[in-house]
Design a protein around this ligand. Structure first.
Ligand SMILES: [Zn+2]
Ligand SMILES: [Zn+2]
Length: 147
């Protein structure tokens, strides 16, 4: 994968929560972090089966993913029905924009205070209380555009 993706930087923030994960949840997070790009649940099952020799049940994968998403360690990309490890240490409520490349499949996670403020203004006007603020932008990444 090219270096513009989600994992071009290290993970300086090991949250306390991450070290408290059960072995099953930790394995799923490891697989996602190792992949460096979004994975569907069934791709994850294949990778876990290859690693442990046992095929986990989809329901247990989805339960673990729900937990990891709630904990802010993993993001769900609704447009891809896929999951990716969060490379940043941020609050679950923070505004996050994913720049998803149609060509290479790379995903860059960015956050932007102006985006958050705009979304909050829209929500406030509607009397709406946001729980999460996730934007998925599809297109062509800089590396693919240059290629
Ligand atoms: Zn994130
Ligand atoms: Zn690309």
């Amino acid at each position: 994968m090219s270096e513009h993706g989600h994992h071009h930087h290290d993970h300086p923030h090991e949250t306390a929560l991450k070290s408290e994960l059960t072995p099953g949840r930790k394995r799923i997070l490891d697989v996602l972090e190792g992949a460096g790009h979004p994975l569907g649940a069934y791709e994850m099952i294949d990778l876990l089966a290859a690693r442990t020799g046992k095929r986990p049940a989809p329901i247990s994968i989805y339960r673990a993913l729900d937990f990891l998403v709630e904990a802010g360690l993993v993001h769900r990309l609704a447009s891809r029905n896929a999951f990716l490890a969060c490379g940043h240490s941020h609050k679950a409520s923070e505004a996050v924009a994913f720049l998803i490349c149609d060509t290479c499949g790379g995903v860059a996670e960015t956050s932007s205070a102006p985006v958050r403020d705009s979304l909050d203004a829209v929500a406030t006007t509607a009397g709406f209380s946001p729980r999460s603020r996730v934007i998925e932008v599809t297109g062509t990444c800089a590396a693919c555009k240059a290629a």
